[in-house]
Design a protein around this ligand. Structure first.
Ligand code: G3H
Ligand code: 13P
Ligand code: ZN
Length: 323
């Protein structure tokens, strides 16, 4: 049976983005796949009073069971209310790839859907995105589209090369599709290996020239930054100190994220940094406590570290104290 996101206590991204645009900050979009990640996100955003977009990827739906994952969300909203907080919470389908998937999420209570037709020829991307927009808007659900392709290899999002967004296409895409926000490709990528740099080498700056040109052509229109994890060195070091092997990783320097949120960037996607924190803390705990076998003992500290990391992210994006 279809359910509206409003019945689940969720909001779409309209007001979230118009406030972010006026305030010069970005709303965090955090991916989750399990209970501990969801708890950490909510606890962090309640504590620092930040609006939040929860994201479920196709991979997350397959891993955790889409029904169970979606039903955890109203529970998380209720948990926030019990903590005395009224933070706005949106639920986004991350990288939806078909109309049917986007439609099922709209019908199932998501408040925003991303339809990622970025790998398609321009006209096909317009056609698919427009179809999703028409269906979603009818139910009050907002839609994110994408132009340009991010590099990065992950389970369900992969491209070996970057195709930067062509600013000359953005006005036509937005007006023809009616999307509410647009993800662009300016040099970020998915995963923990964002830039091919040798140890000690500088990370190349993001293409702020493309971002600025998109902004000039779409004044006041919300832009989304994917692949925005910083691949925090602190956690890479813990992982490697406790038996892991993550070499030559590189993420987006925090200074550049700070610059990006001063522009029209209203939504910043972070998944990999959460994965790294969890892995680091679990590796450390198990190495230091080899006889422990209760998952709560190692998932608890991982959840606590995740919460602290999410609070730091909200502060970096400037979304703290905005709820
Ligand atoms: O954008 C990609 C996200 O990090 C999700 O990745 O499909 O492996 O869950 P995933
Ligand atoms: P990261 O891999 O940089 O965390 O990016 C996540 C993302 O863009 C999800 O859509
Ligand atoms: Zn992404």
């Amino acid at each position: 049976m279809a359910v509206s996101f409003r019945e689940l206590g969720l909001v779409n991204t309209k007001e979230l983005f118009s406030k972010a645009m006026k305030g010069g900050y970005a709303v965090p979009a955090y991916n989750f796949n399990n209970m501990e990640q969801l708890q950490a996100i909510i606890m962090a955003c309640v504590e620092c009073k930040s609006p939040v977009i929860l994201q479920i990827s196709k991979g997350a739906r397959q891993y955790a069971n889409q029904t169970l994952l979606r039903h955890m969300v109203p529970g998380a909203v209720e948990m926030a209310r019990e903590m005395g907080s009224n933070i706005p919470v949106a639920l986004n389908l991350d990288h939806g790839d078909t109309f049917e998937l986007a439609k099922s999420c709209v019908d199932y209570g998501f408040s925003n859907v991303m339809i990622d037709g970025s790998h398609l020829p321009f006209d096909k991307n317009v056609e698919l995105t427009k179809k999703v927009v028409e269906y979603s808007h009818d139910k009050g659900v907002t839609v994110e589209g994408e132009l340009g392709v991010l590099a990065g290899i992950e389970e369900h999002v992969s491209s070996e090369v970057t195709h930067y967004t062509r600013p000359e296409e953005v006005e036509s895409f937005v007006s023809r599709t009616g999307v509410d926000s647009l993800a662009i490709s300016i040099g970020t990528s998915h995963g923990a290996y964002k830039f091919k740099v040798k140890p000690g080498q500088e990370i190349p700056p993001l293409r702020f020239d493309i971002l600025e040109e998109c902004q000039r052509r779409l004044p006041g229109f919300p832009i989304v930054l994917h692949g925005a994890s910083s691949v925090l060195v602190k956690y890479i070091e813990i992982i490697n100190a406790y038996g892991g092997k993550l070499e030559n990783t590189a993420g987006v320097p925090e200074e550049q994220i700070k610059m990006a949120v001063k522009t029209n960037v209203c939504k910043v996607n972070i998944d990999s940094d959460g994965r790294l924190v969890m892995t680091a803390m679990i590796r450390k705990y198990l190495a230091e406590n080899p006889s422990e076998f209760d998952p709560r003992k190692y998932l608890g500290p991982a959840r606590e570290a995740l919460k602290e990391m999410y609070i730091a992210k909200c502060k970096l994006l400037g979304s703290d104290e905005k709820a």
